[in-house]
Design a protein around this ligand. Structure first.
Ligand code: SAH
Length: 214
């Protein structure tokens, strides 16, 4: 793509997000600043601005941009927040969050993906992201509690350790349901008295898998 084509493709990208119902100006600004092309490699780089999930290494996928935007919007991230993301994948969602939060911890079960994402964060100077290899279904007890938690892989139920690591007043966004089918994106808000659950929309994610990948 030539320079002009790139500028136009990125403008259309933001326009598509708006047309899919994304209204939060801070989220749109963050998605304008972070270039999805930096997170898609090889033959798929050409398709970085399409509103579609794309394959990445280890048989995983970078999520559909409008879903990234809507999940980020639902998370209501503030500039003082400490955020945990489970499922680093390409690192794209973490990069978007890095523009909105004070600090982002992101965990991935595949070392290859975590290393790849870390390299991109470094190249882009996204210094407030810490990427680690671990089974995110256990959360990150050493860094808890979190103001916000986002899970970008589908679990049958919101994992108990993640619920426990959410600060009172905190919000978690997580796709739930059987893998391989359509799942429901839910938002959990932790209150003094317990957890409040809201169903947001239908989504489709790769499954949350236990243990570290090979
Ligand atoms: N947020 C990513 C997309 C993630 S795809 C992006 O912006 O590109 C889901 C990712 O979750 C995959 O990379 C998968 O390996 C990872 N994953 C699945 N189960 C996990 C677990 N238990 N702990 C950490 N990562 C997990």
């Amino acid at each position: 793509m030539s320079g002009d084509d790139l500028v136009e493709a990125r403008m259309r990208f933001i326009y598509t997000l708006r047309s899919r119902g994304v209204t939060d100006a801070r989220v749109l600004q963050s998605m304008e600043r972070i270039d999805r092309r930096d997170f898609v490699t090889g033959v798929f780089a050409e398709r970085a601005y399409e509103d579609t999930p794309l394959p990445i290494a280890c048989g995983q996928t970078i999520s559909q941009p409008s879903v990234v935007a809507l999940m980020t919007e639902a998370l209501q991230v503030g500039p003082r927040d400490k955020v945990l993301e489970v499922g680093t994948g390409s690192g794209y969602q973490a990069a978007i969050l890095s523009q909105l939060a004070r600090r982002v911890y992101t965990v991935e079960r595949y070392r290859t993906l975590a290393q790849g994402a870390r390299a991109v964060f470094e190249r882009l100077g996204l210094a407030n992201i810490t990427a680690m290899v671990s089974d995110g279904s256990h959360g990150l007890p050493d860094q808890a509690p979190f103001d916000r938690i986002i899970v970008t892989a589908a679990a049958e139920d919101p994992p108990g350790p993640l619920l426990a690591q959410l600060r009172i007043g905190g919000i978690m966004v997580v796709p739930v349901g059987q893998s391989d089918t359509v799942q429901t994106l839910i938002r959990v808000t932790r209150q003094e008295s317990g957890y409040e659950y809201e169903e947001l929309r239908a989504v489709r994610f790769v499954p949350l898998v236990e243990g570290i990948g090979q």
